[in-house]
Design a protein around this ligand. Structure first.
Ligand code: SF4
Ligand code: SF4
Length: 511
């Protein structure tokens, strides 16, 4: 029997954060992960994260994973059990686990369950054809093993996962034929939606998939307008489902945690308090297994569970516990779905969510109205940043990146505002923005500086194709400058004719 202070089940962002928090207080931790590496979903996330500067905003998920894994490996107090599966937790406080195919027993003082989530499927005709994938599988193939899932893909679901995976597929050269969304509004962040629209990828809101076409493998799909019932056939060899996640709750059920069905949090979730304590003595929960949210929330919840479990052992209260609770509130300030779910758990009782404005065409298509753009174009400057970020989302790295304090925001969930008199057009904000929503326009030089995350990177002096916000070709023009950035969001300054200067938002290298 091995004794530990805290045993953590799940080596994803929540579990790692719990382990680091407990190790910081000198407690002995066992961290279990059933796969061969730590990091969970983070190791597939090649996009930059939103949130605040303190929470690694503007950093790619894969780099956050690497940093966390290095920290774990440098902590003597954490024993990592890879390829190991916790099988059960019993009334005498013993945990059994399969450690590299050998059964072992552990006796921890506290347990933190951070087992994550699994993907929801969708019922439609032929949904069992080879070529129908979950978005997680597509990301694993593409971003972990370097294997393309197919050549032409249809994405189902326009939440953040659907939008992000579509963008990543386009980056590796897969043709994304469209994104299908049953609601009338795009589900994910609109800056992600605008990013894929610029690549010419259509988003079919108010549509659903009714049938996968093909005999032995996917050859296409039939989608249907849910209002008009009009059908459309789309050829593709992969149908990718990004239709949501469900908390993984097997171990929570096995140990008799009180569970509640809360659709806003993804399904059955454990009843827990504000310190992540479940209804079972000494058992905590964190991350997606406690309710589906973004990875930043999972990391904060993990840290909170780790610190609070440690407090119950050591009796030393870390003031970071209260700071994390405040951070979580800030992150959830515009997330009415999550907050309504938490209220059903008797948490966040008097919490008021900021109401989200309907952004009209932008919400339906990912492309802003002409007037929205005109309203944010500075009138008196020749070179200025233009921030096409209109939705209240928890994000602010642009503010900290500005050397002249030209960008301001009321709160983490505010809309960035530019003081055109202070902007020197340096482009720092363009490079850090996780939504790729900032561009620098130079009216005098007739140029646009834009973020570019594709290969090949064009050379200075090269002719490239310039596209608008919907991926339509505007003109061919010359690359004036290339700034290759360490984090791979390169900055390309391209010459653009006067009439297109406010519409040029993407370039294509002509091979
Ligand atoms: S371009 Fe430079 S100066 Fe202007 S807002 Fe961005 S970071 Fe600030
Ligand atoms: S413009 Fe600022 S707030 Fe908007 S996505 Fe970019 S970094 Fe975040």
């Amino acid at each position: 029997m091995k004794n530990y202070d805290i045993l953590i089940i799940g080596g994803g962002p929540a579990g790692i954060s719990s382990a680091l928090a407990a190790a910081k207080l000198n407690l002995k931790v066992a961290l279990f992960e059933e796969k061969e590496i730590l990091g969970g979903q983070l190791v597939k996330q090649t996009h930059k994260f939103f949130g605040s500067k303190d929470e690694s905003a503007g950093t790619r998920g894969i780099y956050i994973a690497q940093k966390l894994i290095n920290e774990v490996n440098n902590k003597d107090k954490i024993d990592v059990f890879l390829n190991s599966m916790v099988l059960g937790y019993y009334e005498d406080g013993v945990v059994t686990a399969l450690v590299k195919e050998k059964m072992e027993k552990f006796k921890p003082k506290k347990i933190i369950i951070a087992t994550g989530a699994f993907e929801k499927s969708l019922p439609f005709e032929n949904n069992d054809l080879p070529g129908v994938f979950g978005a997680g599988a597509v990301q694993t193939l593409m971003n972990v093993y370097g294997i393309l899932p197919g050549k032409e893909i249809l994405m189902i679901g326009s939440g953040n996962i659907g939008l992000i995976v579509s963008y990543q597929l386009a980056q590796v050269g897969v043709k994304v034929k469209g994104i299908v969304e049953i609601s009338e509004k795009i589900g994910g962040y609109l800056v992600h939606a605008s990013k894929v629209r610029r690549l010419g990828i259509p988003i079919y809101t108010k549509h659903t998939i009714v049938k996968a076409l093909g005999d032995r493998k996917v050859k296409g799909a039939i989608i249907e307008n849910v209002e008009t019932k009009e059908k459309k056939e789309i050829s593709c060899d992969v149908i990718c489902l990004a239709t949501g996640l469900m908390p993984l709750s097997d171990i929570l059920n096995q140990i008799n945690c009180k569970m509640k069905y809360i659709p806003e949090l993804g399904g059955y979730v454990p009843v827990r308090d504000e310190n992540m304590k479940t209804t079972v003595e000494n058992v905590f929960v964190a991350g997606d297994s406690s309710g589906i949210e973004e990875a930043t929330a999972a990391m904060l919840e993990g840290e909170l569970a780790g610190l609070y479990a440690s407090y119950e052992i050591t009796n030393t209260f870390d003031k970071r516990i209260n700071e994390i609770k405040e951070h979580l509130k800030e992150l959830r300030k515009t997330s009415s779905k999550v907050v309504s779910g938490l209220k059903k758990l008797n948490l966040y009782k008097d919490f008021i969510v900021d109401s989200q404005k309907d952004l009209g065409k932008l919400h339906r298509t990912g492309v802003p109205e002409k007037e929205m753009i005109e309203n944010i174009i500075p009138k008196d400057s020749n070179r200025f940043a233009i921030m096409e970020c209109f939705q209240n989302i928890p994000c602010n790295p642009c503010v900290a990146s500005c050397p002249t304090n030209a960008i301001s925001m009321d709160s983490l969930n505010g809309i960035p505002k530019l003081d055109e008199k202070k902007c020197i057009g340096c482009g720092n904000c363009v490079a850090v923005c996780p939504g790729l929503a900032i561009f620098v326009v130079d009216k005098k030089k007739e140029s646009v500086l834009l973020p570019y995350e594709f290969l090949p990177v064009p050379e200075k002096g090269e002719m490239v194709e310039i596209m608008d916000r919907e991926g339509n070709f505007l003109e061919k023009n010359i690359v004036l400058n290339v700034r290759k950035m360490k984090d791979k969001t390169n900055l390309i300054e391209v010459k653009v004719s006067k009439e297109n200067i406010n519409n040029a938002r993407h370039i294509r290298v002509v091979i």
